[in-house]
Write a protein that binds this ligand. Structure first.
Ligand SMILES: Cc1cc2nc3c(=O)[nH]c(=O)nc-3n(C[C@H](O)[C@H](O)[C@H](O)COP(=O)(O)O)c2cc1C
Length: 203
């Protein structure tokens, strides 16, 4: 029950406050990997992430208060790991608060492997990996900035990669995806439908 007398009439949402906790929206959830100034690995979950267009660019929203932001500025690279649904716990733990000395010891316990093309790490067992060179940071979204990179390497579990001889619906059913339902819920997506594109649509 919405408490509304007329459910079809939109209810105002106060834009004097951040609106994003007032409703759910579907987002990806990835782990962004960087190295700190001592070369120590850092991983942090991000859901405000997206392809930057149809070519090989990737962007995520971050705050300069997070180590990830300074690490990218300094090192000029970052990695992106797309976790499987079963990795929800380690994905969450990588957001553990830093200690007073600035350390985030949980990262030492997360199983990682060296990135292939850039200096960095990715988490073990993810289904898709991107390695990026920092392209630009756009400031000015309140406290946040958009960090964009060029994808210089991409690899993943073949069971998650599309193939002409394999039906897309079966692929996702057999290798389900992780969806973050911001704020604070998640879902495993296995059942999907083909999108009804209009005839002759062009990208
Ligand atoms: C599910 C989830 C999603 C998150 N999404 C974002 C995000 O999109 N952008 C962001 O700046 N922080 C996000 N965070 C918070 C950071 O990942 C978290 O504060 C992290 O510890 C920062 O680590 P760092 O200091 O190593 O960069 C998210 C946290 C969680 C648990």
């Amino acid at each position: 029950m919405s408490g509304n007398t007329d459910d079809s009439k939109p209810v105002d949402i106060d834009v004097g406050q951040p609106i994003w906790d007032r409703f759910f929206h579907v987002a990806p959830l990835v782990l962004v990997g960087t190295l700190d100034e001592n070369g120590k690995a850092d991983l942090a979950p991000k859901h405000m992430v997206m392809p930057m267009g149809w070519q090989n660019y990737f962007g995520f929203v971050c705050t300069p208060r997070h180590a990830t932001c300074a690490n990218v500025e300094r090192s000029g690279v970052f990695t992106v790991s797309y976790p499987r649904p079963a990795q929800v716990l380690e994905t969450s733990l990588s957001a553990s608060p830093r200690q007073v000395d600035g350390d985030k010891p949980i990262v030492d316990y997360l199983p990682t492997q060296k990135a292939r093309e850039v200096d960095g790490v990715v988490i073990d067992g993810a289904y898709l990996y991107l390695e990026c060179r920092h392209l630009k940071t756009v400031d000015g979204f309140g406290d946040n900035c958009l960090i964009a990179g060029t994808i210089v390497s991409a690899y993943g579990d073949s069971r998650f990669l599309r193939a002409s001889e394999f039906d897309d619906q079966d692929l996702i059913r057999q290798s389900p995806l992780f969806a973050y339902l911001a704020p604070g819920r998640f879902a495993t997506i296995g059942d999907t439908n083909a999108f009804p594109f209009p005839a002759e649509m062009k990208k």
